[in-house]
Each structure stands twice: as structure tokens, then as C-alpha cells.
Ligand binder design. Structure first.
Ligand code: 8YV
Length: 328
């Protein structure tokens, strides 16, 4: 179905080049204030628009989708993860969903590697001590962390981002292990010298560092449950740049506090922007405010993806980044 100049409603402020291009191509309603839309305003947008451009901060659930207006034909998510959207309900209503894969892979993998370095090497703890004027001076035994080289990294989710993390981690001398829904191609395993673990439990029992890189879906909600987190050895570190919901945050905070997990580097949380208060009080954690894809380049490329998806849709063709219920 061709739509000459679709009414596109964008829920948050996007990078300037994206907004400029949208103004050229579409009848666009932008959010200059960048204040997240409340549910009523979101419902009004869904009732009116041809295309909605939400972000991770908008919960587009089944009841909102079922109330959507007859014109709504595309939800073009500004982001890779689509756990903020009920994709099945959208498809039932004949509404297409697209996302922005690929363009944030390397940035997210960089941030994952930064946390893999920061936690065992006590980067933030050291910087805080210095800033607080509490540095007692160099000592052979003070503020010691752990070496990365030779340690076992267990990657949960060996998609694009997981593989990009593996490539970086190998350069730091880490041994690559992974658990994934499906085993990756032999050529990829060989390139990454990666060991596949069909059993997540078995992998958890043996790793020095765990990196969460899988999407949040009904199947991965609390994949790292209290029971599974207890399988980790007290010397294991855990890093999550995927989605907070994959890890039971309450259980993680308790185990970190009890010294049953060595430390954690978290860029994502179960109830963003809220963070479990216990985590905030711990010394052995590095907490970041969901910065995985936060580069100027990445955010502009995400915008370009969104524009392409909408333009192709408006031209009556199939947008390149369609998300299907079977992907969930
Ligand atoms: C995005 C992300 O910035 O793309 C994702 O899945 O987690 C983020 O890095 C966010 O989703 C924007 O909507």
C-alpha cells in the first residue's frame, strides 16, 4: 500500500539529521521537548498516525495496539530490541514492526568490553577513591583486581553483538564459550575459537566472566534466575548490556552483597530508570545508564535505518528490517 506523505509520529527527540530527513520526506510530528509521552498521548498518537516511531522508553502493549486507529500500518522502532512492543498483537492487527539492527552492534560490543575490563580491574572503584582524595599512594598489594588473559568468557546470546564481543575478547586473551538457542555456523565457531554449551547451567558452572548479549523475549525473561545465578562461582563476574529483564536483578544484588558473585557491570536494569537500591550501595559493581548504543554515529545510523524502513513502506515495498512474531 503506497502512502504519499505518511503521518509519522515520533515519541522522542531524535538526532537532528534524522529529524531533518523526516521533515523532508514525511508529514512528521516530532517531540522537541523529548519528554516521554504518557499513555493517553501515546494512545492518541496510535489512533491518528500512519507510522509510529517509538523507542525503548515507550511500552506499546497489546491493549494500546488493539485500540490503534485504522491508519496505523507501521511501528518503526528506533532501536534494535523490540521487547517494548507487542509484536504478536501488532501482526494480528496487520501492523508491521521494524527495528534498527546492525548499526549499533560495534558500539554495544565496545561498551560490553569496557565493562568486562572495568569490573575485574576495579576501574571505577579506583577512580572514585582518587577523586575522594583517599589514595594512600602506590602499594604492591593495594586495589588488586584480576587479569583477563586466560580467563573463560561465557557469552549468552551469540548473535551479532555476542560475536562482536567475542572478537574483541579474543584480542584480550579471553577463551570464548557461548550458549545460544542455536549453535552458530562452524566457520564462525572456528574463527572465534568458540566452545558451544548446549546447557546454560553447565556453562555457568565453569566461567570466569559471563556476558549477557541475548534479546529480552518471553523465553529469556529471568534466564539468569536466582537458581542459575547461584551456579556461578564466587570468583565470577557478570556483565549485562542487553536487557535488565534477562537477569533476576533482586537475586543478583543479593548474591553480589553476600560475595557469592565477584562483581557486575550493568548497563541495563529491570525497571529503568529505577535501579535496585542495593546495587547502588555495592562496591564491586559498575553501573551505567543504558549507554550501549550511545554514540553520535550510532544514533544517527539508527535514525537512517528508521527513515529507510518508513520510506520503503510508504513506497509500497517491504521494509528491510521487518520483525516477525517468529523472531520473538
Ligand atoms: C537503544 C537498545 O538505544 O537498540 C536497543 O535495543 O537497547 C538501545 O541501545 C534503544 O533501544 C533506543 O530505543
Amino acid at each position: 500500500m503506497k502512502v504519499k506523505r505518511p503521518l509519522v509520529i515520533v515519541t522522542r527527540k531524535l538526532p537532528e539529521p534524522t529529524e531533518a530527513r523526516m521533515r523532508e520526506l514525511f508529514d512528521v510530528r516530532l517531540n522537541e521537548s523529548d519528554r516521554p509521552l504518557d499513555r493517553t498521548t501515546l494512545a492518541a498518537a496510535l489512533a491518528e498516525a500512519d507510522v509510529l516511531v517509538p523507542t525503548v522508553t515507550d511500552r506499546i502493549d497489546g491493549s494500546l495496539i488493539r485500540e490503534a486507529g485504522p491508519r496505523l500500518k507501521l511501528i518503526a522502532n528506533y532501536g534494535n530490541g523490540v521487547d517494548n512492543i507487542d509484536v504478536i498483537a501488532a501482526h494480528e492487527r496487520g501492523i508491521m514492526v521494524t527495528n534498527t539492527p546492525g548499526v549499533l552492534t560495534e558500539d554495544t560490543a565496545d561498551m560490553t568490553m569496557a565493562l568486562i575490563l572495568a569490573v575485574p580491574r576495579r576501574l571505577v572503584e579506583g577512580a572514585r577513591t582518587l577523586e575522594a582524595g583517599e589514595w594512600p599512594g602506590w602499594s604492591p598489594t593495594w586495589m588488586l583486581g584480576h587479569r583477563l588473559g586466560g580467563k573463560r568468557l561465557g557469552i549468552i546470546g551469540m548473535g551479532r553483538i555476542g560475536q562482536a564481543v567475542a572478537r574483541r575478547a579474543r584480542a584480550f586473551g579471553l577463551e570464548i564459550h557461548y550458549h545460544n538457542r542455536n549453535r552458530v555456523a562452524p566457520v564462525t565457531e572456528t574463527e572465534l575459537e568458540a566452545t558451544y554449551w548446549e546447557s546454560l547451567d553447565q556453562m555457568l558452572l565453569r566461567m570466569d566472566i559471563i556476558s549477557v548479549n541475548c534479546p529480552h523475549t518471553p523465553a529469556t525473561y529471568h534466564l539468569l534466575s536466582a537458581r542459575r545465578l547461584k551456579l556461578l562461582s564466587p570468583s565470577t563476574y557478570i556483565v549485562n548490556t542487553a536487557r535488565g529483564e534477562v537477569v533476576d536483578e533482586t537475586a543478583l544484588a543479593a548474591l553480589l552483597e553476600q560475595g557469592l558473585i565477584a562483581g557486575a557491570g550493568l548497563d541495563v536494569f529491570e525497571n529503568e530508570p529505577a535501579v535496585n537500591p542495593k546495587l547502588l550501595s555495592l562496591r564491586n559493581v559498575v553501573l551505567l545508564p543504558h549507554l550501549g548504543s550511545a554514540t553520535i554515529e550510532g544514533r544517527q545510523e539508527m535514525g537512517e535505518r528508521v527513515v529507510i524502513n518508513i520510506k520503503v513502506f510508504a513506497d509500497g515495498e517491504r521494509p528491510p528490517n521487518r520483525v516477525l512474531p517468529i523472531d520473538i
